[in-house]
Each structure stands twice: as structure tokens, then as C-alpha cells.
Design a protein around this ligand. Structure first.
Ligand code: SF4
Length: 496
């Protein structure tokens, strides 16, 4: 089966690249993992994999292209994944900006060590992966995928520690960047977050002896698991026989969680840091209405991700809220092999305007972000064609002016609209009557930091807005990427 094709306008969105889930101490753990991955499908739709362990049948795995619901609901596939311990992974990749995925790149990855097997599933991005890979290959490692995550297995193989959790610690101490990792041995489920905790990982409980680890709390809800807590930045949890051991392999650390998880990546029904993602997004809309008010007749979300912020904007401004754009719910990613004619239909394949509501109105359109800006332009055209009197764009994140190197698929910097234009220039290029982004301080207030962003010691990773990278993007620097002047010094000071 060929890799799935992205929507023709999919490249105008940032994409989380992975979702991970693991379960231990439950009958048919792979079924729990399949359901958990299904709830995490928004984090990656191209491919998925599950590894399970059964005391009699050992390790088994299945890796497939496509949606979880199309692969891991089939009795013949699930029957091959028995046992009380399993982990899984869903991944995203674009057909255009990167080489299409091969099935050998689909996680979890598996390694057989002399003390037993280990499977790992990684969410994030290793920023020194190229250097590590070069070193490992020079020393004899043979890679079977093009994924940065496979480095972890090879580093583990070179460790002299006697058990797998200790080998993982050795390996992850060599790794730079963002990682939330779920791993399994024959008897243990392991979860680790990088020292900054850039990508999410939560712990849940099922029944008396069962535990699960997941990228988001929405994946706990689907299987009826109770939320226990978040795995902390820099923490490793090892779960076996109903008990959890915890350690801090990287020493003390302060978290720099990805603030974009609040804006866009996570599902609105998830809870992050004790806050409802939906409520945070609604609050971003409130901040936006305070920072960028406008006289208008109607507030419309760009569905679905702009919806909570549009509700907040409408509530704060007192302007009526309405569904001026309707999303085609059944527009699946497998629908088309995009010909030029189909490509030109662009955003109309997925969104349609509610003409009766829009006609003659001054419309405030609320979207989550502007990446290349091409979709914003097309949406504006649709609204104007429908007879809107004015169009005002309000964006529920600051201008995205820098690429992400921590596990989010972003275009190169020169393709980011905000890297090349001022807000006024973007307004003119998109062709709207006004354009405003929530400020970085406004975004921080919406996520609960009442004093806004701490400029000396930011509470979150916000590099795609600020250019302040909390971890050096080593591989990218080697390839010629230029950071914001002064940011390397700030990074070194923060590390000390
Ligand atoms: S650069 Fe942006 S998207 Fe990437 S981890 Fe940081 S805040 Fe998240």
C-alpha cells in the first residue's frame, strides 16, 4: 500500500509528527493501544505500529500505513498481537516536503539485546541525530530505517549497563532535542521525557494492576483510564507488576513545554498542566479580542481548530458568533491523487462558506495560525465571493516566524510568511481589511501565566514565535541554519 497523500493545502498547517501509547497489566493490551492510538490519530495519520509481548508467544509486531481504524480493528491483525503488555505509535509525514515514508520507518522500533528484547516509540525530534548516526555507523552500527529515533536503539546496544532501563538512560543522555519515549521489555513499560519536557506524556491507571502511558489525556478517556499525573520533564518511570519506579536520569531540570500544544496540536478535550486545552484556546480568543478589537457583525471560526478562540473572541467582544464556514467532515486523506485540477480546488475540498450567514456582513475570521498564508488567502477569497462586506483576520497565535526542530513538521524559514513580512505586509498580501495576531504575552496569559512571558527565563518553548530555541538545533546549524543573533549566548546562559 502506498503512503497516504496529504491534502493539497495540508502544507499550510504545522503538524505534530507523532502520538504514542503504551499499556501494561491488562488483558489484550494491544486493543487498549489501538484505541489509544485512535484517540491520538490527530497527531499522525500516515502510519502506525504496535508491538506486543505475550509470555508464551514472545514479541510480536504489526506496522501499517493508514489510519488506526483501518488496520488495528481487524481480527486477523489483532490476533497476532496477544499479551498484557504493548506499545504503539502513529506518525505523520508529508508526501511533498519529505521523502515518503517506507514501512521500515514506521515505529515502534525493536532491538534484541542479550538480556532480552526492547521496543521503543518516540515522539519528538533528536536535534543531534545526524552526528550520532554518523558516529554510530563509523563504529559498526547498521541502521534499518531513516528515522532519527533508531539512534536510541543503537546507543542502547553500545551501553555496558546490565538492564534495559539503565541502557536507555545511557542512550538518552547522548541525545539532544525533544523526546517523549515509551518503551517496553518483556515485563516492563517505560516512559521518559527529555529534560525540558518539550513533548507531552501522561500516566493513567486502568483497574487494579493496569497502567497506561499516552501523549494526551484524551487517549486515557477512550479506554476509561483514570488520569494519574504527567510524567515530569526529565523523569523516567518504569512500571512492572503494578508498581511504578521513578528516577531522574538527566539531573534537575526546568520544563519548557511546547506552547503550541495549547494552541493547536493537542485535542481540545485533553488536559495539559491541569488546564483544559479547550478553555485555554477560548481564553486566547478573549486575549485577542482585548488586544485587537474591531467593529464587526459576525465572528466566525476557521474550523475546527479556530473554534474555541472564536467563541472567546465573540464572548469578550459581544459580537455575535456564527458558523460562517462549514467543514466537510468526510473529506478523508485518501480521497484523491491530487491532479492539478483537484489541487486548484484547494481549500474548497474541505471548507465551504455558509453564504446566507456571511452576505453583507463585516466578518471577523478567527484561525489558529498562519504558516505560509496560502490557505488564509483562499479562505478570504471564499468569504468575499460569498458577499462579505469586510473581512478581518484574527490569529490565535503570534506570527510563526521560525521553524520547529522539536518534532513538528514546519516549512523552511524562507517559506514562513511571518519570516518575510511585517503584519501590515501580510494583511495586504492576504488581502483582508485587517489582520492581528495574539501577542506572545497574551498567549502566555491565556495558558495561565498572569504576568505574561518571562523574557529572561521563558516558561515554555515558544521558539517558532520568538526564535529563542531552548536546545541547540545542532544538525540544522551544520546544514547552515542561522539562529537569531544572540540566541546561542542566551541558550548557553540558560543551560548554566
Ligand atoms: S518550536 Fe514551536 S512547535 Fe516546536 S516545540 Fe517549540 S513551541 Fe512547539
Amino acid at each position: 500500500m502506498q503512503p497516504f497523500l496529504a491534502h493539497p493545502f495540508d502544507s499550510d498547517r504545522l503538524h505534530e509528527e507523532c502520538g504514542i501509547f503504551g499499556a501494561i497489566g491488562v488483558a489484550d493490551a494491544s486493543s487498549f493501544v489501538a484505541l489509544g492510538l485512535h484517540a491520538l490519530q490527530h497527531r499522525g495519520q500516515e502510519a502506525g505500529g504496535i508491538v506486543a509481548h505475550d509470555p508464551e508467544q514472545g514479541f510480536n509486531s504489526a506496522h501499517r500505513f493508514g489510519y488506526v481504524r483501518d488496520n488495528f480493528t481487524k481480527a486477523d491483525v489483532m490476533a497476532t498481537l496477544p499479551g498484557p503488555l504493548a506499545i504503539g505509535h502513529v506518525r505523520y509525514s508529508t508526501a511533498g516536503s519529505k521523502a515518503a515514508t517506507a514501512i521500515r520507518d514506521v515505529q515502534p522500533f525493536f532491538g534484541e539485546f542479550h538480556m532480552g528484547g526492547c521496543a521503543i516509540a518516540h515522539n519528538g525530534n533528536i536535534t543531534n541525530a545526524s552526528a550520532l548516526r554518523r558516529e554510530l555507523i563509523e563504529r559498526g552500527s547498521i541502521f534499518s530505517s531513516s528515522s532519527d529515533s533508531e539512534c536510541i536503539i543503537h546507543l542502547m546496544a553500545r551501553s555496558i549497563q546490565r538492564n534495559i532501563p539503565e541502557r536507555m538512560k545511557d542512550a538518552l543522555r547522548r541525545v539532544e532535542g525533544a523526546f517523549s519515549v515509551i518503551a517496553m521489555t518483556r515485563t516492563k513499560l517505560i516512559g521518559v521525557r527529555d529534560p525540558l519536557g518539550v513533548r507531552p506524556l501522561v500516566l493513567g491507571r486502568v483497574g487494579d494492576e493496569g497502567f497506561v502511558l499516552a501523549s494526551e489525556t484524551c487517549a486515557l478517556d477512550i479506554i476509561g483510564a483514570d488520569f494519574v499525573r504527567e510524567v515530569e520533564p526529565g523523569e523516567m518511570v518504569v512500571i512492572s507488576r503494578g508498581k511504578i519506579e521513578t528516577s531522574r536520569p538527566f539531573g534537575p531540570s526546568t520544563g519548557r513545554f511546547c506552547i503550541f500544544e495549547h494552541v493547536y496540536f493537542s485535542r481540545p478535550d485533553s488536559i495539559i498542566g491541569g488546564r483544559s486545552v479547550y478553555e485555554t484556546r477560548r481564553q486566547i480568543g478573549v486575549e485577542l479580542a482585548r488586544e485587537a478589537p474591531i467593529e464587526a457583525d459576525l465572528v466566525c471560526p476557521v474550523p475546527d481548530s479556530g473554534t474555541p478562540a472564536a467563541i472567546g473572541y465573540a464572548q469578550e467582544s459581544g459580537i455575535p458568533y456564527g458558523m460562517g464556514i462549514i467543514r466537510n467532515q468526510y473529506m478523508g486523506r485518501t480521497f484523491i491523487e491530487p491532479t492539478d485540477q483537484i489541487r486548484n480546488m484547494g481549500v474548497r475540498l474541505k471548507l465551504n462558506v455558509n453564504r446566507a450567514l456571511i452576505r453583507g456582513k463585516r466578518v471577523v475570521l478567527v484561525d489558529d495560525s498562519v504558516v505560509r498564508g496560502t490557505t488564509s488567502r483562499k479562505i478570504k477569497d471564499m468569504i468575499i465571493d460569498a458577499g462579505a462586506a469586510e473581512v478581518h483576520f484574527r490569529i490565535a497565535s503570534p506570527p510563526t516566524a521560525w521553524p520547529c526542530f522539536y518534532g513538528v513538521d514546519t516549512p523552511d524559514r524562507e517559506k514562513l510568511l511571518a519570516a518575510n513580512m511585517s503584519t501590515d505586509e501580510m494583511r495586504d498580501w492576504i488581502g483582508v481589511d485587517s489582520l492581528a495576531f495574539v501577542s506572545l504575552d497574551g498567549l502566555y496569559r491565556a495558558v495561565g501565566e498572569s504576568d505574561g512571558r518571562n523574557a529572561k527565563c521563558p516558561q515554555y518553548c515558544d521558539a517558532c514565535f520568538s526564535g529563542d530555541y531552548p536546545v541547540a538545533p545542532f544538525d540544522q546549524l551544520e546544514r547552515g541554519f542561522r539562529m537569531k543573533p544572540g540566541s546561542e549566548t542566551a541558550m548557553n546562559e540558560a543551560a548554566e
